[in-house]
Design a protein around this ligand. Structure first.
Ligand SMILES: [Zn+2]
Length: 76
């Protein structure tokens, strides 16, 4: 069972107006406002991973993209 660390419940791409299923989890932080242990999570579809990572890298934020798998076997 994967812990979701407060990710949005709908596993959709974080790009505005994109409703694609997320395939990537992008973990990042803003060193100016987040301390070392904080992580913000964005979700991205295949198409927008590069866009979102590039957006963060352009601001020199530490960013890491990890494969995202939605919890398919949740127990009600
Ligand atoms: Zn997308």
């Amino acid at each position: 069972m994967i812990s979701l660390f407060g990710e949005p419940e709908a596993a959709e791409c974080s790009r505005a107006q994109c409703r694609e299923a997320a395939a990537w989890r992008i973990e990042w932080r803003n060193p100016k406002i987040h301390d070392e242990t904080r992580r913000k999570i964005w979700l991205a579809c295949e198409e927008h991973r590069e866009y979102l990572v590039g957006f963060l890298e352009a601001r020199n934020f530490p960013v890491e993209a990890l494969p995202f798998t939605s919890p398919e076997e949740t127990h009600e």
